[in-house]
Design a protein around this ligand. Sequence first.
Ligand code: C2O
Length: 547
Amino acid sequence: AAVVEHTFDVANFAVTRLCQSTVVTLVNNSFPGPTIQVREGDTLVVHVNNKSPYNISIHWHGVFQLNSGWADGPGYITQCPILPGNSYAYRFNVTGQEGTLWWHAHVSVLRATVYGALLIKPKLGRTYPFPRPHGEVPIILGEWWKRNPVDVETEALRTGGAFPAADAYTINGRPGDMYNCSSNETFKVTVERGRTYLLRIINAALNNQLFFKLAGHRFTVVAVDASYTKPYKTDVLVIAPGQTTDVLITANQAPGNYYMAANTYSTLGPVNDTATTALLHYATAPATAAPQMPLLPNSTDTPTAHRFSTSLRGLTTSPFWSPPPAEVDEKMFVTVGVGAEACGADEDCSTSPLGTRFRLAASMNNVSFQFPTARSMLEAFHFNVNGIYTEDFPDRPPVEFNYTDGAISANFTALWLPVRATKVKKLKYNSTVEVVLQNTAIITTENHPIHFHGFNFHVVAQGFGNFDEGRDRRSFNLVDPQERNTIGVPDGGWAVIRFRAINPGVWFVHCHLEVHLPWGLAMAFAIENGPTPSTSLPPPPSDLPRC
Ligand code: C2O
């Protein structure tokens, strides 16, 4: 195994998109940021130099970080941010997983522009569990604002408003042909007729799930979240922020130009956005041939999203496969949803959709996660520092009712004002855990992509309405469920996940719709050391940033 080393200089740069120049934060003046490629088993070292005006940290989204929790990256969870002018070296092994992951900033909304692909290839001598593709292309979906996203967020939080919609979706940083002023920079993939290619698709958008299609071609899904799946053929994907999907495509159509395109999946009412596009160009076709455009699903098409999400199965013949735990030590029922909170003294709430006395807040089991500021939670856990968090994250919500019945929305102020707190659920090393994630209709239902740091989990069941212990437990798939790090909890529904707590440390769990994170849609697991040094978290590196 090799040691792969990168240097990330994080700084502000002007970027021109949609005919307008905007100052944003980038890594190595590249947008998207540099692609990192390793082989399974390699050690990755990334020297991050913060030359930007902001506090920064970088998260390696989906990397297990087994016994290397100090390198995970979420600000105030596993480290204090890297202050302007400071540096930190992230050092970790990439073992036990192959496929497409990504890295992104994990402080405020900086990940809007600070992101890139992290590709884990099989180690030498090992092959893919599918025919070797002729070429491989990362396809990173994103969002672009004509204003610096940090300023956009600061204003939205101060005035209690929703985070404004992006000015464009992007593919590999470029809006594509459907927007004004961007067609000259559309991303293009050139293919040879008859060959098969691997598209490594990443949703790096801040706030939107996306449908993705390619005109005239079908996808064969072979992996999600760097976990192999049974080959699944489809002409449409849905992909939530944080998720990745690896698909094979075969250039078997008439030589020509074909658009790949992405547009919104959201149930918050119809969205009439413009699709972002990139071009699939057959090498022998004239560059000027008019491209075919795929017909994307309607933005509220939950049946299509659900069909895709529930059709994936884990590849049980993969060397990385392990079955989900058949028995569980810890059973949790956790609500995920957006509610309301009294407007704070430091906020004006003038743009709040709930009036000036309340603003939106989000919670899990009615606890609205509050980031600590004095120390990271992992330092507090490792060094037994009191006062940073408490260990009483509840296993069930404080009141039980009909979670997805819209009628409760009228009563949200009486029923469901969350408590702001920093709470963890403590787990014994090697315990097995089941979490029922239940969407709520406090204000409205929505599909929340819940991301787990430090673990993949198996998605053993998903459905709509309220999870029903007697009925729904019978539908669990414990044979070949998909393994993921981010699960879109169905709109007005639930998902059940299982994992084994073999990674000591503090692991953040949160909605990957960025707008819900400062509102508190998060919690954390604190996992105790195992019995041996090799099952324990080593001490922090000496350059770990301090608050
Ligand atoms: Cu990709 Cu905590 O995030």
